[in-house]
Design a protein around this ligand. Structure first.
Ligand code: ZN
Length: 312
């Protein structure tokens, strides 16, 4: 296989990695994400790629927000980026290389499938549980994007009709129960209403400004009743959502990643698997539930997989 580059475009940093033919990272460049809109971001990516040890044969980019055919439709996490922008086209023009661009959740699933926990899977969902909840699909050994590029929105599957309000404006989505932002909102509301909990105290003790994954891990470890109840609801919502995906698509592999999953590790994966299995019709014994392996490099390595796809 040839040398390719993967670029993880985040709200704070741009990370570019160079992968050799064995999918090993042989060089890495990191820069601040500029705030001057799409053109400034393109210029910064071009600079980062040019600084890599050797010239890649193709590049892939994982970017936030919905993406259709290489066009970033909206990117609320990127400053000055309001209108749809053809990121793939702009990079192709600037670098004269094959370019693939996709959304970070899809790219994460691709990375885990090609070089992480999901290697060898035929039908896989990568579910990312962090501030929000995202997902990416591989079906029959190929990344699946759907008719309009919007497949894999696992976080917005409705698991409670008329349930908790989600960041997307709808009610009862998986993310409204299992996303860290939603969990924090529910915990703060309950604490302010006088429910006994040590969560705010734990947050202060750990010196965190937000209820990070570490705060949740500590609260659960210490047996905080509110943390346990909210987290139980989160696991249940994830189990409902995953069982629906599995009953529809008969996946062989589910990879769980993102800040919360990675902080809580195998126990979290086992809890989610236990909440899912009884609701699934077929394949209960063969299906794998796995913790993501690529960690902080997932985005860039997944983007490199996109580059390989662009090479054809
Ligand atoms: Zn939603």
């Amino acid at each position: 296989m040839s040398r390719v580059a993967g670029v993880d475009l985040g709200g704070t940093n741009i990370t570019a990695v160079l992968l050799n033919g064995d999918d090993e990272i042989v060089d890495r460049e990191r820069r601040k994400t500029p705030e001057g809109g799409p053109e400034a971001v393109v210029a910064q990516i071009v600079k980062a790629v040019a600084k890599l040890d050797k010239e890649p044969r193709a590049i892939g980019v994982g970017a936030p927000g919905p993406i259709r055919d290489g066009v970033v439709m909206t990117a609320p996490n990127l400053v000055g980026w309001q209108e749809p922008f053809d990121l793939a086209g702009a990079l192709r023009d600037a670098l004269d290389l094959p370019v693939g661009v996709d959304n970070d959740a899809t790219v994460g699933a691709l990375g885990e499938w090609t070089a992480g926990a999901g290697r060898g899977a035929s039908c896989l969902l990568g579910a990312w549980i962090g501030t929000g909840v995202g997902g990416g699909l591989v079906l029959d050994g190929r990344p699946y994007r759907g008719a309009f590029g919007g497949a894999g929105e696992f976080g917005h599957m409705i698991v409670h009709r008329g349930g908790a309000l989600c960041g997307c404006g709808r009610r009862g989505c998986v993310e409204a129960y299992a996303g860290r932002a939603a969990l924090e909102g529910a915990a703060v509301t309950a604490a302010q209403a006088g429910r006994p909990t040590a969560m705010l105290e734990i947050q202060e003790r750990l010196g965190k400004r937000r209820m990070t994954s570490a705060v949740w891990a500590t609260a659960l470890e210490e047996g905080d009743a509110l943390a346990r109840r909210l987290f139980g609801d989160a696991i249940d919502a994830l189990g409902c959502g995953l069982s629906a995906v599995i009953n529809l698509l008969d996946l062989d592999t589910v990879v769980l990643g993102g800040g919360l999953a990675e902080k809580l590790g195998e126990d979290f994966v086992e809890a989610v698997a236990e909440a899912t299995r009884p609701r699934v019709l077929t394949g209960a014994d063969e299906r794998r539930f796995l913790l993501a392996e690529l960690g902080d490099d997932a985005g860039a390595i997944g983007a490199a997989a996109l580059a390989r796809e662009a090479l054809g």
